[in-house]
Design a protein around this ligand. Structure first.
Ligand code: SF4
Length: 301
């Protein structure tokens, strides 16, 4: 089942609901809200894109903001669910701490569905991880994708053994900066027996100079994994455009992401990459629809 591509919209009675994942959709959402109002409906909006007062101001006069609509994620993808909110790690580039806080909120009665979108499963209390797993086992629902995944510092042998019982999808975790190297290397060693396609490592780029980012990508490949490269985007970006810092340009950020995410690294080093061949390749390589709500942002570290 495909994701909603960032905006979920539904009507219940006389109320229209808009859930928006990405800040660059806010102008569209404003228009959708105006349309519903013109039809005489009350409009309620929520979702990750409205984490900041400046973002909420865009919808002022168009919609009431409701931070927490129960199970809104199911309107983005009916196969998706969340068993906890928040993350204690507090990475500066991540929307989760601002949106959901640095303390976990546990949702023990979550609806069990095949795509689990918690921000950081490995940092949850061990007994709560066991609780989630026991719910999947009891209900006989396959876990096809732990979508936002695990965080390398807390992704230990114990955590791996625990989730291995039910996880049928890839092991998703991030290599966001040089400081995570030792933990990522350890995790990749731990996952040695898993096929490359099951080791999907989110690699944030643009948050460090080019060489440091490229080194992380190459290390993921060298350690037997598949990088999913995510250019740094400002949390309040009104356009879906990478933000260039250090020695990066926006074009180079896009090029590296294309080269990596279209698996061109299998046939050509980045120095020999050319965009025309990437475009041809994009028609041959299927998009990973399971990247989900946050495909342009890392939500699990
Ligand atoms: S990037 Fe991951 S580990 Fe860091 S704050 Fe966000 S969810 Fe937590």
């Amino acid at each position: 089942m495909a994701w909603s591509k960032g905006i979920a919209e539904w009507v219940e009675g006389e109320t229209a609901y808009l859930s928006v994942a990405f800040t660059w959709h806010l102008d569209d959402v404003q228009q959708r809200a105006a349309m519903h109002r013109a039809l005489g409906r009350r409009v309620v909006a929520g979702g990750p894109a409205l984490f900041h007062p400046r973002m909420r101001a865009v919808l002022e006069g168009f919609a009431e903001i409701e931070a927490d609509y129960p199970d809104a994620i199911a309107h983005h993808n009916p196969e998706a669910t969340i068993a906890s909110r928040g993350c204690p790690v507090g990475c500066w580039f991540c929307i989760v701490p601002a949106m959901e806080g640095r303390e976990f909120t546990l949702l023990p009665d979550f609806p069990v569905r095949p795509i689990l979108c918690d921000n950081n499963l490995s940092a949850l209390p061990a007994d709560y991880q066991d609780h989630i797993i026991s719910r999947y086992v009891a209900e006989g629902v396959p876990l096809l994708d732990a979508n936002s995944g695990f965080e390398p510092r807390t992704f230990t042998e114990e955590v791996y053994r625990r989730w291995k019982l039910i996880n049928q999808g890839p092991w998703r975790f991030a290599f966001d900066d040089q400081a995570e190297r030792a933990d990522v290397q350890r995790v990749m060693g731990m996952l040695q027996a898993e096929p490359a396609s099951k080791k999907r490592v989110y690699v944030l780029i643009g948050n460090e100079p080019f060489e440091a980012c490229m080194e992380r990508i190459q290390e993921v490949i060298g350690w037997g994994g598949q990088p999913h490269v995510q250019p740094f985007v400002k949390l309040t970006a009104r356009e879906k455009a990478p933000h260039a810092r250090f020695d990066w340009t926006a074009a180079r950020l896009r090029d590296v992401a294309r080269w990596a995410n279209r698996f061109l690294w299998r046939s050509v080093p980045f120095e020999e990459y050319d965009r025309a061949s990437a475009d041809r390749a994009s028609r041959a390589v299927p998009h990973d629809a399971q990247q989900g709500l946050f495909e342009t942002r890392p939500v699990a570290g």
